[in-house]
Design a protein. Sequence first.
Length: 120
Amino acid sequence: MVRDINSDRRFELERDIREIERKEDEFVQMKNQFERSLEQFYQNFQRLSYQNEALLQKDVSLGNQKTANDLQEHQVLTQHMSRYVASQLEALNHAARQVRQSMNDEREDLLGERNHLPWE
């Protein structure tokens, strides 16, 4: 019986491929967790912002000029926060695409090497 001389290398490549796939799964879970955390943060911010704005609106309706300035600053802050969260999600998605592409390239290289090993 002839032993396959490439079986050890083939085994190593399979192990490396599975490790990359495990890392991809772990990365996706981390990305999703970060997205959920960011979205939850923003939802909480919006809820508090709406409550604060309602209180400020009430004071403005009573003629308080200082509160009118506070309301305007509050609206600017809310806009900044919205842009910040959107930019963080965009940056996360961009980084995720790069990581997935890198892992996919690495996996494809290993698959190619494995598939080109002769069976002897």
